[in-house]
Ligand binder design. Structure first.
Ligand SMILES: Cc1ncc(COP(=O)(O)O)c(C=O)c1O
Length: 445
C-alpha cells in the first residue's frame, strides 16, 4: 500500500532508516532504538511490510483493547471526518454531548461530567487542576510504583525512574510507598500500607493535601493488584481528611482488568477519574477526566481555568462512541473476564514448569510475569530500572518468533486485545513457554 498513489511503497528497512533519520523516538538514546516497521494490523495481529506477522500481546501500549482494524470504528471515523472534522471547544457538538452522556452511564457512582483531552497525561494534568481549585489545597500524593504521563505535572506525579531526569518538577508532589515492594521484598498487608499512608498524611498536614492520585491496578510498574481492603481504606482516608481520590484508569480502564473500570472490582467511587487509551482503543487520540457531581457543581459559578484547542475534538468523540459500542456489541468485557481465566491458568502452568518464573500476576487481560535468578533469594533477572543479557535474549526470542510484548526490567507483559480467543492465547503462550528456556538457564538454584 502507498501513502499516495504516486509514491512507491517503502520496505521495512527504508521505513526504519528514514524514521530514525528525521524523527525522535521516545525514552531512548537514538542509537539504541530498533523499531519494528509496521504496515498493517487486524484483530490481535500486526504485520511488517514484508509480511512478517506478530501477535500483539501488549495491545500496542496496552490500549488497542478492541483489537486492530475494526470496521465499525473506521466507518465512524470516516463519517465524522466527512460531516464535521473539527469544531472549537466553545462549540457544542452532538458527538461531544452523546459521549458525555455515555461515559456518565458507564463510569461509577455519580461521576457524570467530563473534560476531554488529547491523552492520559493531559487528563491527569487537568485532574490535578480540578482538585486544587476545588479543595483550595495544593499538595498531591502519588505512589512510587506509578506512571502518570510525560507532561510537566504528570511526570512529577510519576513515581518510576522516568521522573528522575526532569527533576526538580512541579512542586507539591509527595510520593508514598505502595503495598508492593518488589520481587525480593514482596507484599505488605493492606492495613500496614494504609497505616503508613495515614502517617504520611498527618506529617504532611492533611489541610495541605488536595488529592491522592493512584492507578487502581498499577500498569507499567508491575500490574500490581492491590490487596483487598487497600483501595477501600484509601477511599476512607481520603474522606476522613477531605482529600480527593483520583483514580488514574488510563491503562486499567475500558475492560482491561475484566470490568469497565478497575475500581469496579472493589466498588470504589473515586472523586475524579482519568482515562484515555481504551477510550478510543487508540484509533484516534482522546483522553478525559470525569468528576463527581459535587466537583462539577463547584464550577457552576466558578471559572474552570483550563483549555485545549483539541478539547472535545469531534473525531476523538466519534471514535470513543463507536469504540464503546464495540465493547458492548461484542461483549468484550465479558470476554476479557473469560479469557482472563485462561491467561491465569496458562500463567500458573508456566510458573510450575519454569525455574525462572518468580511471580505471575493478572486481573482480566492485564498481566505480567516477573523473572528471577534464584527462587530462594528472589533476586530479579534484571535489576530495578536495569536490564540483563538474559532479558535481552528473551526479548529477541519473542521478536524473532512473532510475539510482540513489552519486556521491562525483569518482567514481560501479557496484555492482548480483549477480542482474543483461546486458540490465539495458547499460541502466544507456546512462544513464551519456549522463550523461558533461555531464562531458566540463568537460574542458580
Ligand atoms: C496509568 C497511566 N496514566 C497516564 C498515562 C499517560 O498517558 P498518555 O501517554 O496518553 O499521555 C499512561 C501511559 O502509559 C498510563 O499508563
Amino acid at each position: 500500500m502507498t501513502i499516495a498513489t504516486s509514491v512507491p511503497a517503502m520496505n521495512g528497512q527504508e521505513i526504519v532508516d528514514l524514521a530514525k533519520k528525521h524523527t525522535l523516538f521516545e525514552w531512548s538514546a537514538q542509537s539504541k532504538v530498533d523499531p519494528i516497521p509496521v504496515a498493517r494490523a487486524k484483530g490481535i495481529y500486526f504485520w511488517t511490510p514484508e509480511g512478517k506477522r506478530f501477535i500483539d500481546f501488549n495491545s500496542q501500549l496496552m490500549s488497542v483493547n478492541i483489537g486492530h482494524g475494526d470496521e465499525r470504528v473506521i466507518q465512524a471515523i470516516v463519517e465524522q471526518a466527512q460531516t464535521l472534522a473539527y469544531a472549537n471547544p466553545f462549540m457544542a457538538t452532538e458527538v461531544r454531548a452523546r459521549l458525555g452522556e455515555k461515559l456518565a452511564e458507564i463510569t461509577p457512582g455519580d461521576i457524570d461530567t467530563f473534560f476531554f483531552t488529547n491523552g492520559g497525561a493531559e487528563a491527569n494534568e487537568n485532574a490535578i487542576k480540578l482538585a486544587r481549585f476545588y479543595t483550595g489545597r495544593h499538595k498531591i500524593l502519588a505512589r512510587y510504583r506509578s506512571y502518570h504521563g510525560a507532561t510537566a505535572g504528570a511526570i512529577a506525579l510519576t513515581g518510576d525512574p522516568r521522573r528522575w531526569a526532569v527533576e526538580p518538577g512541579m512542586p507539591g508532589v509527595v510520593h508514598v510507598l505502595d503495598p508492593y515492594h518488589g520481587i525480593e521484598r514482596g507484599w505488605e498487608s493492606a492495613d500496614s500500607s494504609l497505616a503508613l499512608l495515614e502517617e504520611t498524611v498527618q506529617l504532611e498536614g492533611p489541610n495541605t493535601i488536595a488529592a491522592f492520585i493512584l492507578e487502581p491496578v498499577t500498569g507499567t510498574n508491575g500490574i500490581l493488584i492491590p490487596p483487598d481492603g487497600y483501595l477501600e481504606g484509601v477511599r476512607e482516608l481520603c474522606d476522613k481528611y477531605g482529600i480527593l481520590m483520583i483514580a488514574d484508569e488510563v491503562m486499567s480502564g475500558f475492560g482491561r482488568a475484566g470490568k469497565w473500570f478497575a475500581v469496579n472490582h472493589w466498588n470504589i467511587i473515586p472523586d475524579l477519574m482519568t482515562m484515555a487509551k481504551g477510550l478510543t482503543a487508540s484509533y484516534i487520540p482522546l483522553g478525559a477526566v470525569g468528576m463527581r457531581q459535587q466537583i462539577a457543581h463547584h464550577f457552576y459559578n466558578k471559572v474552570f481555568y483550563g483549555g485545549l484547542t483539541y478539547n472535545s475534538h469531534p473525531m476523538g468523540c466519534a471514535t470513543a462512541l463507536a469504540t464503546i459500542r464495540v465493547y458492548e456489541e461484542d461483549r468484550l468485557i465479558d470476554n476479557a473476564r473469560k479469557m482472563g481465566v485462561i491467561l491465569k491458568n496458562l500463567g500458573a502452568e508456566l510458573q510450575k514448569k519454569h525455574r525462572s518464573v518468580g511471580a505471575v500476576r493478572s486481573i482480566g487481560l492485564f498481566g505480567i510475569v516477573e523473572l528471577v535468578r534464584s527462587q530462594k533469594t528472589r533476586e530479579p533477572l534484571a535489576l530495578f530500572n536495569g536490564t540483563s543479557d538474559e532479558m535481552g535474549a528473551l526479548g529477541k526470542f519473542f521478536r524473532e518468533n512473532g510475539l510482540y510484548t513489552f519486556v521491562r526490567w525483569n518482567s514481560f507483559f501479557t496484555n492482548p486485545p480483549l477480542c482474543i480467543n483461546e486458540e490465539q492465547m495458547r499460541e502466544a503462550f507456546s512462544i513464551i513457554d519456549r522463550g523461558l528456556e533461555i531464562t531458566d538457564g540463568a537460574v542458580k538454584d
